[in-house]
Design a protein around this ligand. Structure first.
Ligand code: ADP
Ligand code: MG
Length: 146
């Protein structure tokens, strides 16, 4: 599926909808985000988090690599256990071992959004969705759900 957005706000709205859709898709708990710097990956996570009722300010984990946000009770992703959103940014990292990412991904109770996910080669299409954001002229973006 492919969408065009023309502003940051539209991308957030779309991400919010996708979050609501993923809430119903029991088998998906990982969202792999791909797109150049400034494409809108962090913006997407902000909209997605809003769709899960998260009120925290979502800022880029470029330096801390991983941030965690609690999903409020009423917006928990099914199955009912999924209560934490992990926001991961792999831009600056070349060795994933210390990150503990495999452990985080292995736990089906976690919802994991990963920026620069193309750096990982072990994501399974069984439980992950790929989102590709292409930056066009101005504020236009093409967002593909693979
Ligand atoms: P990334 O995480 O991919 O590096 P960010 O989400 O941090 O990108 O930044 C995207 C930038 O592009 C923001 O400054 C945002 O306001 C701007 N922007 C302009 N148009 C759009 C759009 N259609 N979708 C998302 N972001 C947009
Ligand atoms: Mg980012």
């Amino acid at each position: 599926m492919q969408y065009t957005t023309n502003s940051e706000k539209e991308t957030k709205k779309l991400a919010e909808k996708i979050a609501q859709w993923i809430r119903q898709a029991h088998y998906i708990n990982v969202v792999a985000l791909t797109g150049e710097l400034g494409a809108g990956k962090t913006t997407f996570v902000q909209g997605f988090a809003k769709g899960l009722g998260i009120k925290d300010k979502i800022i880029s984990p470029t330096f801390v690599l991983i941030r965690q946000h609690l999903i409020p009770k009423t917006k928990k992703i099914l199955p009912a256990g999924r209560q934490v959103l992990f926001h991961v940014d792999l831009y600056r990292i070349n060795s994933f071992q210390e990150l503990g990412l495999k452990e985080i991904l292995k736990n089906p109770d976690n919802v994991v959004l990963i920026e620069w996910a193309e750096k990982l080669n072990y994501l399974s299409p069984k439980n992950s969705k790929k989102i590709i954001i292409e930056k066009l002229e101005g504020d236009k973006r093409i967002i593909t759900i693979d």
